[in-house]
Design a protein around this ligand. Structure first.
Ligand SMILES: *Cc1c(COP(=O)(O)O)cnc(C)c1O
Length: 368
């Protein structure tokens, strides 16, 4: 049997907070449908647990990147509508059929092969409106609109596009993507449409169309600056293994990358980059790192992050003892701040949390 002694990084995942965030986003987007993006194992928190919680909250449509993720969602939500963002190749037909997955068709070749291998089976069509990532060009979309018989075999149930800069409210690309999407949508008047990710929801009702597709906001992380209150879903904690007083002028950790300016109380904590706590969140003589949280105050990371250990400054903190729990991110330390200190974004931090980190689920919804 697995030893679950909570001796390393422990992630407490609040499924009621996840459901609550979905409900808040749904209210923001109504009357548009609110789907849920659960790719990358639900941004690291676990598809098996996230999907039933979202389903209980009322979510009926899920987006994943890969067919295998679609299979996992199907197992967790037998009646859900599931779209696979990474498209379709003919050799995936069996997987799509077996698990009743709908491909998001991004190329004309994929449209043609879907029409050939799964004629009349539901799909989504993605158009590129300026991000230059996945999707049909305007020209291809117009051609498709002129071929109703072909379109009937492709059997789209959704027309979608994706915003490149939704997290910057004033970015010119938002408006130009919106205008192009409206132009393309006019060619497919009967097809429900979807444009907005989490940040796109906040750009206003013009961007909502028939369905919104939040990912990161569901998990309580990055959202535009003036974000509505979202509940933190993930709290990462680890225990203090050892406390030590380190003299002024001494260094800490690998490479002696940080020298202490004064005598410092140091807590050595049981988490490291092997858990997904980025190594670049550490500090050097010329560079501050992230901070953790202990007994109501921030505790800066001292020196390099090791594979299994992090050193924290707990100077002046009364009552800190070996065995205490430290919050590495969660309600008191936004994951986006830790990610920023490591030179990245909350998305990468969340999806990079490793399998070694222990996941403890709380507030599971009661089965209906
Ligand atoms: C990942 C993704 C989303 C969700 O984006 P968030 O910024 O996490 O809300 C929505 N749509 C598409 C096409 C995506 O790839």
């Amino acid at each position: 049997m697995k030893v679950t002694a909570a001796t390393g990084l422990t992630l407490t995942i609040d499924l009621a907070a996840l459901a609550e965030n979905w409900t808040r986003l749904e209210a923001l987007a109504a009357p548009a449908e609110c789907a849920a993006v659960v790719k990358a194992d639900a941004y690291g928190i676990g598809i098996d647990e996230a999907v039933p919680a979202l389903w209980s909250a009322g979510c009926r449509t899920f987006f994943v990147a890969l067919p295998e993720e679609g299979r996992q969602v199907r197992a967790a939500a037998p009646d859900a509508t599931i779209y696979v963002l990474n498209g379709y190749f003919p050799d995936w037909t069996e997987a799509f059929r077996t698990h009743h997955l709908r491909p998001v068709l991004n190329t004309f070749t994929a449209l043609e092969s879907w029409a050939q291998h799964a004629p009349g089976e539901p799909s989504a069509i993605q158009v590129d409106t300026g991000m230059n990532r996945l999707g049909l060009t305007l020209h291809e979309a117009l051609e498709l609109a002129r071929r109703p018989e072909f379109l009937a075999r492709v059997a789209p149930t959704l027309l979608m596009s994706h915003l490149a800069c939704a997290d910057e409210r004033g970015h010119a690309l938002n408006q130009s993507q919106l205008m192009l999407f409206e132009e393309i949508k006019a060619q497919f008047p009967d097809l429900p449409a979807s444009l907005a990710n989490s940040a796109g929801i906040q750009l206003g009702a013009d961007y909502h169309f028939d369905m919104v597709r939040p990912g990161i906001a569901l998990y309580g992380a990055a959202f535009a600056e003036d974000r509505p209150p979202l509940a933190p879903v993930v709290t990462a904690k680890a225990r203090i293994l050892q406390l030590r007083d380190v003299a002024a002028g001494d260094s800490i950790g690998y490479g002696a990358a940080l020298h202490l300016r004064e005598e410092t109380s140091v807590a050595i904590v049981a988490a490291g980059y092997a858990d997904g706590y980025h190594r670049r969140a550490g500090s050097r003589d010329d560079h501050d790192g992230a901070a953790a949280w202990i007994r109501g105050e921030p505790a800066p990371v001292l020196g390099r992050v090791s594979m299994d250990l992090i050193a924290l400054d707990v100077s002046g903190r009364v009552g800190v003892t070996e065995g205490d729990w430290v919050e590495l991110f969660g309600p008191n330390v936004p994951i986006d701040e830790v990610a920023e200190a490591a030179g990245t974004i909350g998305y990468e931090f969340m999806t990079g949390l490793s399998r070694r980190a222990e996941r403890v689920y709380v507030n599971r919804p009661q089965a209906a």
